[in-house]
Design a protein around this ligand. Structure first.
Ligand SMILES: Cc1cc2nc3c(=O)[nH]c(=O)nc-3n(C[C@H](O)[C@H](O)[C@H](O)COP(=O)(O)O)c2cc1C
Length: 177
């Protein structure tokens, strides 16, 4: 069993902390894990050529090629994104646009999806990030399995908050029972 987490934060912050905590627990349960920090990858914009709708692969040669095969190879995916102006981050949106080659044949169909969304205001986080990621996940045929929304602003807010850490651990337990 393999679990891959995609982190859409532009910094070493809350989203990365939460995803690492979940993956550490996954490893204790014997799962193979992979954390993709989009900020450290070279991922071009989708150029809109639509060639992938025919070829089912992307012409753009960058780090997405490696991510496509990792996504193909896993059973569970976690999308984690901060909220930026009532949306996912540009990094996360750019990554999602580049998933077009996997879309028409529903290549991710049946894999489990969990979402982790973080921001200053719960209303904004739930409405804009959790709602969006779950909608898109459903469009890709992913099996929506759970979501977590957390409040944070400073990059270490969650790491320094025991209540939030307990909330993450509760969420994580539900993934692996
Ligand atoms: C450009 C920018 C826009 C933001 N817009 C929102 C917003 O619309 N709603 C919100 O709740 N938080 C917003 N935030 C706050 C971030 O979501 C928050 O700092 C979060 O903890 C960042 O996650 P990270 O630590 O994983 O990077 C914004 C932050 C930045 C830098």
């Amino acid at each position: 069993m393999k679990i891959i987490a995609i982190c859409g934060s532009a910094r070493t912050g809350n989203t990365e902390f939460v995803l690492k905590r979940i993956l550490t627990e996954a490893e204790k349960h014997g799962l193979a894990t992979d954390l993709i920090l989009l900020k450290d990858k070279r991922i071009e914009y989708c150029n809109g050529c639509l060639t992938c709708e025919l070829t089912k692969s992307c012409n753009v040669r960058d780090d997405m090629q490696m991510i496509y095969s990792k996504l193909d190879d896993c059973d569970t995916i976690i999308f984690g994104s901060p909220t930026y102006f009532d949306n996912v981050t540009g990094l996360m949106k750019n990554f999602i646009d580049r998933l077009l080659p996997l879309f028409s044949d529903k290549k991710l169909s049946g894999k489990k999806l969990y979402t982790v969304a973080i921001g200053e205001e719960l209303k904004s986080v739930n409405y804009s990030v959790t709602g969006y990621l779950e909608h898109i996940g459903g469009e890709f045929g992913l099996n929506l399995s759970g979501d977590m929304s957390l409040i944070a602003k400073g990059s270490r807010d969650i790491e320094n908050d025991n209540e939030k850490i307990a909330q993450i651990d509760q969420f994580t337990q539900n993934i692996f029972i």
